[in-house]
Ligand binder design. Structure first.
Ligand SMILES: [Zn+2]
Length: 313
């Protein structure tokens, strides 16, 4: 069957198509920042997906293992995954030995196809969600990012891991199977350095995204991460944090969001009125605001409104 994507791909492949020619130079300029012993982070933009950033909005972690690098999350496209392969080789000529997906959002696993033959680990529910929702995400990503996505196919994680103490390529981690940002969010604590790779359970100076969120569960997960007292936190979006402020900020925002939506429902505001409500200063300055707040209203308000409606007889 010809999907929209195969048609786009076929058009892009026409040798004389000026559009394809002009966009052939699209490339990601990825930089690996060394942050701890054998740990690098590629820091994404704190904006939404756009043609300008090519979807490079996510943080990626690379960790030295015994036989190569452990890659945590693979980015938003085939092209991004290829850029990661090149970057990894510049850090360790042996390249990437192991891949982990923290959760099933497209900016975290759409580079997977480049790592065929390498184990791609994730929680079982993440694998299921990638299978169920991956194609829908892909349609959306192609619509927003066009040629940046060319050739990208959805490749779900291949291997399921559980929580607890695990060894990946000779390096010891505590795997924390949590949730709330999505149904299954994996965080990894590197035992050697105390670095917490938090995935999208933690955002930092960037508004949290909520399309798959369960706010009370997410807040409980943040408490569990805090209890680990990490030496360094690598959030899913935004700068690395050695102080714990990123966990506090994410929790503060989610609590405020939940209260604001419930108060809005109780006082009879509709969705548009709620979207127009000014944000408190400490949240207004986060990346991707106020758009992310407005998106959260559309994701979360219908359910909260139902919960908050006065019960009839
Ligand atoms: Zn996410």
């Amino acid at each position: 069957m010809l999907t929209r994507r195969t048609i786009l791909g076929a058009l892009a492949a026409l040798p004389l198509a000026p559009r394809a020619f002009a966009q052939a130079r699209l490339s990601y300029d990825l930089v690996a920042k060394p942050l701890a012993d054998g740990i690098w982070m590629v820091e994404g933009a704190t904006d939404h997906f756009s043609m300008q950033n090519g979807g490079a909005i996510v943080n990626i972690t690379l960790i030295k293992g015994d036989s190569g690098l452990i890659l945590i999350d693979t980015g938003s496209s085939r092209r991004y995954g290829e850029a990661l392969v090149t970057l990894a080789r510049s850090l360790d000529i042996r390249g990437i030995s192991t891949v982990v997906n923290t959760h099933h959002h497209p900016d975290h696993f759409f580079g997977n196809q480049v790592f065929a033959g390498t184990p791609i680990l994730a929680l079982g529910e993440t694998r299921q969600a990638a299978l169920a929702e991956g194609e829908g995400f892909a349609d959306n990503m192609y619509r927003i990012l066009g040629d940046w996505m060319r050739g990208t196919e959805v490749v779900p994680p291949t291997d399921v891991i559980a929580g607890g103490d695990i060894r990946l390529d000779g390096r010891d981690f505590l795997a924390l199977p949590l949730g709330g940002h999505t149904a299954a969010d994996l965080a990894l604590l590197d035992r050697r350095t105390g670095t917490l790779i938090a995935g999208d359970l933690v955002f930092h100076n960037r508004a949290p995204t909520t399309p798959s969120a369960d706010l009370p569960r997410w807040i409980a997960s943040l408490d569990a991460l805090d209890a680990q007292k990490p030496a360094l936190i690598l959030p899913g979006h935004g700068p690395a944090d050695p102080t714990g402020a990123a966990i506090t900020q994410t929790r503060d925002y989610l609590r405020w969001l939940d209260t604001a939506l419930r108060d809005g429902a109780q006082s009879g505001l509709d969705m548009v009125e709620l979207m127009d409500t000014p944000l408190p200063e400490r949240f207004a300055t986060m990346g991707a605001q106020p758009q992310e707040y407005q998106r959260s209203v559309t994701h979360l308000f219908p359910g909260i409104e139902l919960e908050e409606l006065p019960r009839g007889n």
